[in-house]
Design a protein around this ligand. Structure first.
Ligand code: NAD
Ligand code: DAU
Length: 340
């Protein structure tokens, strides 16, 4: 592919994906469309400044005219839609931006992509569209959609729009659904970077409820390799699940972080639970393993050590985020939840 267009490339996964693309395909141009919301940070790709095969476009994916103009002038072979409001807790405070970007934004991209005759569209979705598991079982691509939060409902709506475009217009899309990512450049409102940065400052680690909820953790680069495989080898109309084969309760994860950071378990503070909190996510990624020859390669033990080391050596990056809007959000999110 001569060029691809990535949306949401200044966020956590998008920036890791773009860096990987530049490494894997040096002759390919990458266009990055990002609105730069609170979660979008151009610093995440500062190392690509001066790279003439990387181009940043500050745009809202909901802006039909601008998106169509850009697609017409740049003619990418493929679009990968990472752009989203991505934080469940924020969707509980205000679902408006989630409906706008995750649903309307996807529809705008789909229509513009159809109009220019795009060859491939990858919708980057999430395992949360499947809802919650009990103690047993795994999500497969056949699991019915049953989203429980405004965030996951908006992602499921987008997936259904993509599905309908494949069915109605022979639109060349694939959908990927991944479990919880960790790694460098994750915004410190999510569990792992929040707890690492709080622990480094000896601040409380707010565990929701009893900490028994289970997540299946995957290193962001393994997810990015999966998306690349879906882009290049995926079959049109198919869904591919990605997971890390590494389930942990939130309390187990918290204990691991505390131990690796050599801090005290006294930092753990149990707080009021997230409303509607999904109990367990766990992914069956046999289909991706068999059809895309993909499997996660980074062991959790190595990946989490590297991630902690990255946050320890990027305190300036974290501190530049931990100002204004971020502090207001944290105050609003946690003040009323503290049980003690
Ligand atoms: P993120 O919040 O770190 O980044 C989102 C990016 O999208 C930001 O750069 C933001 O500025 C941009 N954006 C938001 N609204 C936009 C708009 N209207 N127009 C253009 N850009 C806009 O998110 P992330 O964790 O990197 O997630 C990326 C994608 O992967 C999302 O679609 C998410 O649903 C999906 N996903 C995330 C995970 C995870 O564990 N983080 C797992 C599975 C799937
Ligand atoms: O499963 C994929 C999803 O993973 C993605 O689609 C989302 O974009 C991404 O944000 C993530 O969603 P989660 O809600 O699982 O991630 P988060 O890091 O917010 O929370 C992980 C778990 O930790 C969850 O059970 C809630 C809990 N938690 C989270 C925070 C921020 C706490 O106990 N305390 C906290 O302060």
């Amino acid at each position: 592919m001569k060029s691809i267009l990535v949306t949401g490339g200044c966020g956590f996964i998008g920036s890791n994906f773009i860096r990987l693309q530049r490494q894997l395909y040096p002759d390919q141009t990458v266009h990055n469309v990002d609105k730069l919301t609170y979660a979008g940070n151009p610093e995440n790709l500062a190392d690509l400044e001066g790279d003439d095969r990387y181009q940043f476009h500050q745009l809202d994916i909901c802006d039909r005219v601008a998106i169509l103009d850009l697609l017409t002038s740049t003619k990418p072979a493929a679009i990968l839609n990472f752009a989203a409001e991505s934080h469940v807790d924020r969707s509980i405070i205000d679902s408006g931006p989630f409906v706008q970007t995750n649903i309307v934004g996807t529809q705008v991209l789909l229509d513009a992509a159809r109009e220019v005759g795009i060859s491939r569209f990858v919708q980057v979705s999430t395992d949360e569209v499947y809802g919650s598991l009990g103690a047993e079982g795994y999500f497969t691509e056949e699991t019915p959609l049953a989203p429980n939060s405004p965030y996951s409902a908006s992602k499921a709506a987008a997936d259904l729009l993509v599905r309908s475009y494949v069915h109605t217009f022979d639109f060349p899309a694939v959908i990927t659904r991944c479990s919880n990512n960790y790694g460098p450049y994750q915004f410190p409102e999510k569990l792992i970077p929040l707890f690492i940065s709080n622990a480094m400052e000896d601040k409380p680690l707010p565990v929701y409820g009893t900490g028994e909820n289970v997540r299946d953790w995957i290193h962001v680069l393994d997810h990015c390799r999966g998306i690349d495989a879906a882009l290049r080898q995926g079959e049109i109309g198919e869904v591919y699940n990605f997971g890390g084969h590494h389930e942990l309760t939130n309390l187990e994860m918290t204990h691991i972080l505390i131990e690796l950071l050599e801090k005290s378990r006294e930092l753990i503070t149990f707080v009021k639970d997230r409303p509607g909190h999904d109990l367990r996510y766990a992914i069956d990624c046999t289909k991706a393993e068999q059809q895309l020859s993909w499997s996660p390669e980074i062991s959790f033990e190595q990946g989490i050590r590297d991630t902690i080391a990255w946050y320890q050596s990027h305190t300036d990056w974290v501190n530049r985020i931990k100002t204004g809007e971020y502090l207001k959000y944290i105050e609003k999110q946690y003040a009323g939840r503290m049980k003690k």
